[in-house]
Write a protein that binds this ligand. Structure first.
Ligand code: G6P
Length: 369
């Protein structure tokens, strides 16, 4: 066990720190920035299906569903394909409307989740092309789908998913960029720029991991909170959901993720001096609007932990704590903003003496309904 943890106290921490390498493993051989090319056999062999898709339906559970939500923005931005993201457990019992020109993407770290498997079978019966994004090679879902791509994140042992999430996003980014390029939605020069930028993400994650000491201070300050709110907009709305899920899963603190602008329709009623609010406020993502949300929280005495772009000054003046991530294009920010939120939940759980790698009542893979 100790050897497998490679000097880290927990698998979760090891897996958080593995993300730069895991992401490189995900795109190695697939993304060729110098040639301006993305190649993925599962997509290349079925390119007509993808290019003719009237709609993409993403099915998944848990953290994989959050990766699906991130991909909704990516497919719509880059490839201009409408996307629906469904919980597999809802989809399977809803008599879903699926057409032969729909592409269904099933996302699953383990490749064994019962609800996702059942949803895939329904989609296949209705004639859709089903593409799998799995981490575990040879898993049931990877065998049941028509084609797919492995994330190559390596084994993920911690029950709270970390590197599986960011590598799923990486794969989905590659597919969205590839389709955008082939559909003529992305120019050659833009495409080159995107690939070069994606290629810098592992190094930018390394730099984000250096905020660990700062995250420990935040964890120390809020470890006794009873509730926590996570806010984000656009590409970072799913990151807010994932941040809240991580905290719930391993620290058992109640946390909710919300689209920042929806705060006024409910969660704002909960804000007082006892409520820490994690706000993702990267420079390009609806920045001014998120800043005004921060003001609303401040005026109700909420405590603000802001995830911002390096060098930010406006939010810095208002927030109680700042966690910086390097600058990147808005579409790739989830790969960076996720990192401090993973670390935050990890440190709080450790400080509360919880079983980080095997939280109560949760399983790594849910193979029953
Ligand atoms: C369980 C795990 C989560 C995971 C979810 C979906 O709830 O604890 O970490 O996100 O299942 O699992 P999958 O293997 O399909 O991604």
């Amino acid at each position: 066990d100790q050897i497998e943890k490679a000097g880290y106290d927990h698998f979760m921490l090891k897996e958080i720190y593995e993300q730069p390498e895991a992401i490189k493993d995900t795109y190695r051989g697939r993304m060729l920035p110098e040639k301006g090319l993305i190649r993925m056999s599962g997509v290349d062999d079925n390119i007509e299906k993808f290019l003719n898709a009237k709609r993409i339906i993403v099915i998944a559970c848990g953290t994989s569903w959050h990766a699906g939500l991130v991909s909704e923005y990516l497919f719509e931005d880059f490839a201009r394909i409408p996307v629906e993201v469904e919980y597999a457990s809802e989809f399977r019992y809803r008599n879903p409307i699926i057409n032969e020109d729909d592409v269904v993407i099933a996302i699953s770290q383990s490749g064994e989740t019962a609800d996702t498997m059942a949803a895939i079978k329904i989609a296949k019966e209705k004639g859709a092309f089903v593409f799998g994004v799995c981490n575990v090679v040879g898993s049931s879902i990877s065998r049941e789908t028509h084609a797919g791509a492995y994330t190559h994140a390596g084994p993920e042992i911690g029950v709270a998913s970390t590197k599986a999430f960011t590598t799923q996003i990486t794969i989905l980014t590659l597919i969205a960029l590839k389709l955008g390029k082939q559909k003529g939605e992305i120019s050659n020069s833009q495409f080159h720029a995107y690939l070069n930028e994606l290629n810098t993400i592992p190094e930018k994650i390394e730099r984000t991991l250096e905020t660990n000491e700062e995250v420990i201070k935040v964890a120390e300050a809020y470890k006794n909170a009873k509730n926590c709110l996570y806010l984000g907009r656009g590409h970072n709305f799913p990151v807010a959901l994932e941040g809240a899920l991580k905290l719930k899963e391993i620290s058992y603190i109640h946390a909710e993720g919300y689209p920042a602008a929806e705060m006024k329709h409910g969660p704002i009623a909960l804000i007082d001096e006892m409520m820490p609010v994690v706000v993702i406020a990267t420079k390009k993502g609806h920045y001014e609007k998120v800043v005004s949300n921060i003001q609303e929280i401040k005026s109700r005495k909420g405590k603000i932990i802001a995830v911002v772009t390096e060098g930010d000054t406006s939010v810095k003046q208002m927030a109680d704590h700042i966690l910086e991530v390097p600058d990147t294009i808005e579409e790739f920010t989830p790969l960076l903003t996720t990192i401090p939120l993973q670390l935050l939940s990890y440190h709080i759980a450790v400080m509360l003496d919880k079983n980080v790698d095997q939280p109560r009542n949760l399983a790594k893979s849910v193979t029953v309904e």
